[in-house]
Write a protein that binds this ligand. Structure first.
Ligand code: SER
Length: 368
């Protein structure tokens, strides 16, 4: 394959996702802004489904039965917060893109699972032997049972030993403390090298959800059928819906055959620019590498927040952005010797990399 196939660029990977779901009758919609102004339960978009919350709850009518998009998300506050991992590992981000497909009371588990499988193995041509799926085991506390329907649907594609049961923590997805939620089925991939496999002596199955950087979740299929109420109990939603989210940067890492999201073309331009500004070469010093990853990640979060209307400030959502900015500056100052303002010098690179998919960043470049 190294000789005959060309490696897909991140732009092609994003486009193939949207084209695939368009071919299955989904309307391609734009990403919602990353900054949320009309929902007191959220400061920032933390999942692709946020913009569809009212449709799931039955408060708004779906303008189309199926939708797909690539959504800018930020997980730095509230229920979904990855900030402290960012930079120290190679696969968590503050801002990331979530590729998603949705059914609003239309298709359900079987189609969602069949299409996920078709896209991963036939369009992206991922080796099926590398894939694992998790299924919800049920929860006595919530009065929910094991998801036999999802397990059955996976058995069509995967051998039994590649299907694992997961508890409420991993396999019941909730937007926040209240709101739409449901059992989910995650797809994990084992991208370890043969040497890593031999050294660990463990199968991929044994490493699912164990924080191994090379056995990672890439896609979460949520069967959105409940609403979590303020007193903690579950109510059924008016319809059974599908909400899926695939980590775009992780998918690029897998498809480009890299070991880290930061080695893909999503981040490589920013990493080299930071190298140029600081005089450090990525890969030479572990501490400097963490700092370079932190900065490459944070410039995206900060720039997109500003473009979407949230400036750094000393209160609420603005303070979250200020903290991200400070974290980037602190790592640059402490580990890369950057003692002059440098974040602004990365914006051009970001616009070159992402301005086509997200024109708002190009339009507001000067302001940012
Ligand atoms: N809402 C789910 C998630 O964020 C799937 O899109 O993981």
């Amino acid at each position: 394959c190294l000789i005959f196939c060309s490696i897909m660029t991140s732009k092609e990977i994003r486009q193939k996702f949207l084209d695939f779901f368009a071919s299955k009758g989904h309307t391609v919609v734009p990403s919602a802004p990353m900054v949320v102004k009309n929902d007191p339960t959220l400061m920032f978009t933390n999942a692709g489904m946020n913009q569809f919350k009212d449709i799931f709850l039955g408060n708004a009518k779906a303008p189309y039965p199926r939708a797909t998009d690539s959504q800018k998300c930020l997980r730095v506050s509230g229920k979904h917060n990855d900030l402290e991992e960012v930079g120290h590992d190679t696969y968590h981000h503050t801002m990331f893109e979530m590729l998603g497909n949705w059914s609003f009371g239309d298709y359900f588990k079987k189609e969602a699972i069949d299409w996920a499988w078709e896209l991963l193995t036939e369009v992206y041509k991922i080796d099926p032997k590398l894939l694992y799926a998790t299924v919800f085991e049920g929860s006595e506390e919530d009065g929910t049972t094991m998801d036999m329907e999802a397990r059955q649907a996976w058995l069509k594609h995967l051998p039994e030993d590649h299907i694992l049961l997961g508890n409420k923590h991993d396999n019941f997805w909730e937007m926040g403390d209240t709101g739409p939620c449901g059992p989910c089925s995650e797809i994990h991939i084992d991208i370890r090298t043969p040497e890593e496999k031999a050294a660990s002596g463990l199968s991929g199955r044994e490493l699912v959800n164990k924080s191994d950087p090379h056995v990672i979740e890439i896609w979460n299929l949520v069967f959105m059928q409940y609403q979590r109420m303020a007193d903690g109990h579950l109510e059924s939603l008016p319809a059974r819906n599908i909400d899926t989210g695939m980590g775009f940067e992780r998918l690029c890492c897998v498809l480009q055959g890299k070991e880290s999201n930061y080695d893909t073309d999503v981040f490589s331009g920013l990493i080299s620019k930071i190298g140029e500004i600081s005089g450090h070469r990525y890969g030479e010093n572990a501490q400097a590498d963490v700092a370079m990853r932190v900065i490459a990640d944070h410039i995206r979060a900060i720039s997109f927040s500003i473009a979407d209307g949230q400036l750094p400030s000393n209160v609420k959502a603005g303070y979250v952005i200020r903290r991200i900015l400070r974290r980037a500056v602190r790592y640059g100052y402490t580990f890369l010797g950057l003692n002059e303002p440098f974040m602004c010098r990365l914006v051009q690179q970001l616009v070159d990399d992402m301005g086509e998919a997200y024109p708002e960043i190009a339009k507001q470049q000067k302001f940012i």
